[in-house]
Each structure stands twice: as C-alpha cells, then as structure tokens.
Design a binder for this molecule. Structure first.
Ligand code: F0G
Length: 466
C-alpha cells in the first residue's frame, strides 16, 4: 500500500461540535421551513453547506491579525495585501471589498445595465444576480462535456468557445466574458489553461474584457498542474500567475482560496475603470485602502493567499475531496465525476428517482441527510438555479438537482468525512422513504437562501399543467 497523503498540519485549537437527536433535528428542520439555511449552526453536526468563510486559519494567520493596522487611510495592512496581490496577479489596481459579491456589485454596476449582456463558462448565483440586478443579461456557455456527469473528462468547467462566440454575435452588446475558476455551479470542475487562452483570443476578437471569477484559483491551478499536458513541472504559483496574466481583471472572495473568514477584492488593469470602481467603493464599502475590511482582515487574507499555493496543502486538499467522492461511488451514490476541487456533487435526480423533478429531489436529499445524520449540505439545482415560469411564478425544474457537499478548508478530519460517507451509505438503503417538497414561499432573487418548503408525497401530486 502506498503511504497516504496526509493533512499537512496539526491541530492547535479545537471547537466542539454538538450531537443532537433525530427528534430534535426534525423539529429544527420544521422550524427552519425545511430550508437548512435557516438552521442554527449549533444544531448541525457536520456543516458542508459551504466552503466559504469557514476555513481553519493557520497559526501564521492568527498571528498576522495582531499586525492589523486599523488606520482609516493608508494602513500598513493594505500595503501588505497589495504586495501579495501584485505578486499573484500582476494587476495594477487592487480594490478591497468585504467579500466577493461586493466586488461583483461594483464591477457589474459599472459595466452592466439595460441592454447589455455577459457571457461565462457558468455564472455563480451572486454573480448572475448582480448582473441581472443591473438590468443586463447573464448567458452561460459551459462546454457540452459537462453534460455527461459520469465521464472523466478533466476540464468540465471549460467555456464552450464556439457557443460563447455565437452568443456574443447574436446578442450584440456583450460587455465582458467571465471565467469562473473552478466552475462552482457545474460541479466545482476546473478550467484548462488552453481554454483560458482561447477565451482570451475570443475576447480580443470581440474587443471586450476577459474577467476571472478567481474564488478558487489555487484549486484550479492544481488541477491544471496535475491534469493538463506539459504543466506537471510548474509550481501552482506560476500557473496561477499565468491565469491572471490572461485576464483584464478579477473578482475574488477571500473566503475561499485566501483561507480567510471574510474579505474579497476586485483587480483591474484599466485605470479609468479602477477610478470609477474606487468611487463606488467609497460610497458603498469604505475608503480605497480598506474597502470593506478591517486591517486584521487584510492581514489574514494576505497570509492566506500565500499559504494556499503550497504544494503539500493543495495535494492534500484535492486528495481529500477525491477520497469522499470515492467513498460515495463505493456505496453506489451517483456523483459528478471527476471529483471537484472544493466539493462533491451528488446527482439527486438519479439517486432519488422516485421523486419527480418538480418535487425537488435535491431538497429532499438535503433535508433527509440533515434529519437523520445532522449533516448540512445544499441543493444546487431547481431551487438554486431553476427559472421561474413568468406567468405562474412556479419553478421550472433545472436539468438536474445536484446536492453539493462542500468541504471547509482544513476544518474537518478524515474521520468526520468517513462519517459523511457512511451516512450516505446508510441513507442509500432507505432513500425510497424520502418525501418530495414543494415551495410555500419563493422570493425573486437568490431564492435558495430564504425560500420556505413543505414535505409532500412525491408521487401523489400531479405535475403542474405544461
Ligand atoms: N463567485 C463564486 C464562484 C462563488 O462560489 C462565490 C461564493 C462568489 C463568487 C461570491 O463570493 O460569498 O464572498 O460574496 N460562493 C459561496 C458558496 C457562497 O457557497 O459557493 P462571496
């Protein structure tokens, strides 16, 4: 047996997690209107709702907090972050924001608006919401390789270059191409360097900017290193730099690959755009040298951005997600293959095939898993991405309900994840008992955060008339 890839850290500080009974969790779920976003975290045993903002910081990051310079203007912490971001991206303008979506809000308020559009390999939901809120249209063109969930195609996050080209010609006022790395809404799958280069050429041909949604740039760089021909000998930092070299700007959430609990930024090359962004930043976030962050947040992010590119960390990170995926596959649970960089995605539509799509099999899996095992996950399907019928307001089922098991960085041990794998094995044996769900409250924007649901018999209720 080869030696296992191990966690490249030991644990210095721990936080208790709380066991609850199935009855308690059943009540908590009903009180949460069957939407786990409303659960109190103290009622959750293992929280795989997101990988965002819940990383365990290193002792180096905690120490860096004490160096936080809380000066209103020109704080040392800003210059420290700028130095790290300069080295990472080479982009001349850094606009710090309190998290990723604040960077999106500023960028798309400036570039978007009525009559315009943006094209992406796939927009994350907050990105799409910010674009649509500006009056513009968000067009997804992901490679068709991603439609086959079980193939082992290595770069299912790629942009469909021809499809994007056609969409740009057809729409007539596409203002930028946005590359989301890794592609969170399509299984956490990576984008290849070759595809980023092709996206660059496409943007040049149409004379529009290319923007990176860089939230998980380091995980994407590791996939390029390990999967793309000719990249194996390069350092993740070098690959990451090439990714940033290819684009005109980036939005970033420090809550993912900066291993921080809060923070984000926008970087751009264009000075006019940077000036306009700083004006908006000052109105909505804060002074340009801190944006939406305290000095200590800037420090934690600067330290994390360096740590995340460490070979041992990335090798462990990607292997740990693969380990969960392999465990699910062993139990016959259908997942998106290959495993993503930050999460494993279960095909609930296939696994719970007794529940028709409009009765939300993804929501059913999420709720069943919480009630029986205390594990919190999230549906990424009809509720998160489904369109609404403009006349009835009803959800139109998405192509598939996936359930995302997102793994916080450095927070859980392999035994925690073994519990998750075995819980899915057990649930598999009784999955036919899980009910369907129907929404009882459905807000217009980002409905998954605040929707209410109620359980219902999966088969007894007829589908709405077409
Ligand atoms: N872009 C991507 C690809 C994301 O995954 C997220 C957040 C954002 C932008 C927004 O960043 O949260 O700092 O405002 N994703 C989290 C998730 C919420 O659970 O996937 P933020």
């Amino acid at each position: 047996m080869p030696l296992p890839i191990i966690e490249p850290f030991r644990i210095k500080s721990v936080e208790p997690i709380r066991q609850t009974s199935r009855e308690e969790r059943g009540r908590a779920l009903a009180d949460a209107h069957y939407n786990p976003f409303y659960l109190a975290a103290r009622d959750v045993l293992i929280d795989l709702l997101t990988d965002s903002g819940c990383a365990a910081m290193s002792s180096r990051q905690w120490a860096a907090l004490m160096n936080g310079d809380e000066s209103y203007a020109g704080a040392e912490s800003y210059y420290r972050l700028r130095e790290v971001v300069d080295r990472l991206t080479g982009h001349p303008h850094l606009i710090p924001t309190h998290q990723g979506r604040a960077a999106e809000k500023i960028l798309f308020q400036l570039l978007g608006g009525d009559g315009h559009a943006f094209v992406s390999n796939t927009f994350f939901d907050t990105t799409r919401a910010n674009i649509e809120y500006s009056g513009a249209v968000a067009i997804d063109r992901c490679t068709s390789e991603a439609d086959d969930l079980v193939s082992d195609y290595p770069f299912k996050g790629n942009l469909d270059i021809e499809g994007a080209d056609a969409a740009i010609r057809e729409h007539g006022s596409v203002r930028a191409i946005v590359m989301t790395v890794t592609n969170n809404s399509r299984g956490g799958q990576p984008v290849s360097l070759a595809n980023l280069r092709a996206a660059r050429a496409l943007a040049d041909a149409h004379r529009i900017p290319l923007i990176l949604d860089a939230c998980r740039f380091a995980e994407n760089a590791w996939f390029i290193k390990t999967r793309e021909p000719g990249q194996a000998d390069r350092a993740p930092r070098e690959i990451a730099r090439e990714m940033f070299d290819l684009v005109d700007g980036a939005t970033f959430s420090g809550k993912k690959d900066a291993l921080a609990n809060m923070g984000g930024f926008l970087t751009v090359r264009d000075e006019g755009l940077a000036d306009a962004a700083r004006t908006l930043l000052t109105i909505t976030e804060g002074f340009p040298t801190y944006g939406g962050m305290s000095g200590r947040d800037l420090e934690a992010m600067a330290a994390g951005l360096d740590e995340v590119l460490d070979d041992d960390y990335l090798r462990y990170r990607i292997a740990s997600i693969r380990w969960v995926a392999d465990g699910f596959a062993r139990h016959g649970v259908p997942i998106v293959q290959p495993a993503g960089g930050h999460a494993v995605y279960v095909d609930a539509t296939r696994w719970l095939d007794h529940i028709p799509p409009h009765r939300l099999p993804g929501q059913s899996l999420v709720n069943g898993l919480y009630e029986r095992y205390g594990i919190r996950t999230v549906e990424t399907g009809t509720v998160m991405f489904g369109k609404r019928d403009p006349e009835t307001g009803e959800l139109i089922p998405a192509a598939r309900d996936l359930v995302r098991f997102a793994v916080p960085r450095r927070a859980y041990t392999q035994t925690h994840m073994e519990y998750v794998v075995e819980a899915m094995g057990e649930l598999g044996a009784v999955r036919q008992e899980l009910p369907g769900y129907r929404p009882t409250r459905l807000p217009q924007y980002l409905p998954h955060f605040t929707a209410h649901f109620e359980p219902c018999a999966p088969a007894a209720i007829p589908a709405p008339a077409p």
